[in-house]
Design a protein around this ligand. Structure first.
Ligand code: ADP
Ligand code: MG
Length: 598
């Protein structure tokens, strides 16, 4: 069945097998003895096609496996080899039946026939009643029976068993070897063992001595190879996603913990961005309410120097001189009021009872309560109404924008209307200067500049400054805390993922031993990672939804744009992909034989 010709195997400088030759029979139980470290597992791995780094030739049923590439060796294992390990290598979290059926994903039979075959096998090895039991609930002897059933399900012509009884007590060892003896009636079973008692069951006993394969039994039976051919079955496309999904379910708790850690981290980070949005929103609200927020007023004795200073400053616009005016009259319906004198006053420092200050270029007017009472008994009703202002030979139709709290008769009009009043005034005494700051962010610094020059300006710098500093320190705090949570979340999930992947070397080694191609195993891992990132993204979306809900219930505005939500969800998924690539990179690139040893 198997011909080993001139086999030489080295690890670095140590020679494990040196020009070894041997012909294995077509069937029967062959025990492989040898001191620990003599190369028994190495030989078995070579026969199984796990290791092709050797010189010499191995032919199986007349076909050389030495020149086969990785995928051909996978197919060779799938169709011809059943592997049994000392530590069973069964998948925890899966049932007995599912473990046995693992190999069936590679064959072309339908699900029903595969289940029937598996049940028949379980019957034969005497654990039929355990079919739906989870692997972790079985005893060692039962586990090894399941492993034997798994090796037999594809009906291979060669069974390779690496110390299958090494972890079992005497009674279980005897039962297992009896089982192996029985199945060796119609196939070749090679068993590595230290146990002399087991050799009693063997048809042939061989050992590795001085890097050579030596027959302990002179009557070793060698049969003609021409009887059999190497089996090759059609390649079946394995649904990597189905297997990935199944694995994902089995490892669900850990994956959920990973997803939760990451999504909480990203969620917190996003909330901290939302604090920035809240600040923008508050500033917008502030501007909306305080329409004169950027206006400044300077009582001017020496107007020329101040006027030039303001005009030269790039942060400042709309600078004009203000004068006392006489005989302004306001009328609405039958009511009218004439003011003999009207002085320019600071706008920003007034507080509003109703509405807002007049906006620029809006033809608006704001009144004091005492003046407003001349036109309506309920002064709040005046907001939005039209009032006619007459000054000189000009008449303006203005809309009342608000009522502000001053204790005398007075009003403010939109700045362009006000400037119209002054067009004919040339040589009168300047009363004050009005200016606007272009940008909200410059209001405080302009005010500072003026006070450094000992110019007394009335403006909204203190309110604006307070608003800015509150939000600045708040958002800094938010960002710090949430960055820490994000870092911790990423760290926890990376640790969990790496630990999870480390526990899976044997699982992947096993899939490879069963004949799953490396590319299929990679696709399984990728499917799992995709599912994991999808779960993290969903968790993140749920957290955002929950936050909105809580915000709605407790009337606390979570201010995040749809784009930020999208970015948050996508970046959660992306973070998981990056971490899992990092965590499974080594796993994917480990050779199956090495993976099995881990
Ligand atoms: P055993 O007969 O106990 O099964 P092995 O075949 O596992 O022995 O190993 C034979 C020798 O080769 C041992 O000395 C072992 O340390 C060494 N060896 C096994 N695998 C590797 C490897 N991947 N790299 C280097 N040395 C190895
Ligand atoms: Mg070994």
């Amino acid at each position: 069945m198997i011909q080993v010709k001139n086999l030489t195997k080295k690890y670095d400088n140590s020679l494990i097998l040196d020009d070894a030759n041997f012909a294995f029979p077509n069937k029967g139980l062959v025990c492989l003895l040898g001191a620990s470290g003599s190369g028994k597992s190495t030989l078995l791995n070579i026969l199984a096609g796990f290791d092709s780094d050797y010189s010499g030739d191995i032919t199986v049923c007349g076909t050389s496996i030495s020149k086969m590439n990785e995928d051909e060796l996978c197919a060779y294992r799938r169709d011809n080899i059943g592997f049994i390990f000392q530590n069973y290598h069964l998948l925890s979290g899966y049932t007995v039946l599912e473990n046995i059926m693992l190999h069936c994903e590679l064959n072309s039979l339908d699900e029903q026939s595969n289940v029937e075959n598996a049940k028949e096998l379980l019957n034969r090895i005497g654990i039929a009643e355990k079919a739906s039991e989870k692997i972790e609930n079985l005893s060692g002897g039962q586990k090894q029976r399941v492993a034997i059933a798994r090796a037999l399900i594809s009906n291979p012509s060669i069974i390779l068993a690496d110390e299958p009884t090494g972890a079992l007590d005497r009674r279980n060892s005897t039962e297992i070897i009896t089982l192996l003896k029985e199945i060796s009636k119609d196939r070749l079973v090679i068993v590595i063992t230290h146990d002399q008692k087991i050799c009693d069951f063997a048809d042939d006993v061989i050992s590795i001595e001085n890097a050579k394969i030596v027959a302990k039994d002179a009557n070793i039976q060698k049969e003609n190879d021409s009887v059999q051919n190497l089996k090759t079955k059609p390649t079946i496309k394995v649904s990597a996603f189905k297997r990935g999904l199944k694995n994902f379910k089995v490892h669900f708790t850990r994956y959920a913990a990973v997803s939760l850690a990451i999504s909480i981290g990203v969620f917190c980070f996003m909330l901290s961005l939302s604090s920035g949005n809240i600040m923008q929103q508050s500033i917008a609200d502030f501007k909306e309410k305080n329409t004169a927020y950027n206006n400044g007023y300077i009582k001017a004795e020496d107007d020329k120097a101040v006027f030039e200073l303001l005009n030269a400053d790039e942060r400042i616009e709309n600078v004009y001189r203000q004068y006392k005016i006489n005989n302004v009259s306001l009328s609405m319906g039958d009511n009218s009021k004439t003011m003999i004198e009207k002085y320019p006053m600071p706008k920003t420092t007034e507080s509003m009872s109703y509405g807002t200050m007049p906006k620029k270029e809006a033809n608006e007017i704001a009144l004091t309560p005492s003046l407003a009472k001349k036109f309506a008994s309920n002064i709040s009703n005046l907001v939005g109404k039209e009032i006619t202002l007459k000054y000189g030979d000009q008449s303006y139709k203005l809309i009342v924008s608000g009522i502000y709290n001053a204790g005398y008769d007075d009003f403010f009009v939109s700045s362009d209307v006000e400037q119209g009043f002054y067009t004919d005034i040339k040589d009168e005494q300047v009363y004050s200067i009005s200016y606007d700051v272009k940008n909200f962010e410059d209001i405080v610094s302009v005010s500072q500049m003026l006070s450094e020059k000992e110019i007394d300006s009335k403006n909204a710098a203190s309110e604006v400054g307070a608003l800015q500093s509150t939000f600045k320190s708040l958002s800094r705090l938010f960002l710090t805390v949430s960055s820490m949570i994000l870092a911790i979340g990423l760290f926890i999930s990376a640790v969990l993922l790496v630990k999870l992947q480390n526990s899976r070397y044997k699982e992947l080694g096993l899939l490879s031993a069963l004949g799953f191609k490396k590319s299929t195993i990679q696709r399984i891992l990728i499917s799992e990672n995709v599912l994991l990132s999808a779960m993290a993204a969903i968790f993140n979306a749920v957290l955002i939804g929950g936050a909105y809900l809580i915000g709605m219930i407790f009337d606390f505005a979570i201010s995040v744009s749809p784009l930020q939500i999208f970015v948050s969800i996508v970046s959660t998924g992306f973070a998981v992909v990056i971490i899992s690539i990092f965590a499974s990179h080594k796993l994917i690139n480990t050779e199956p034989a090495v993976a099995l040893r881990k």
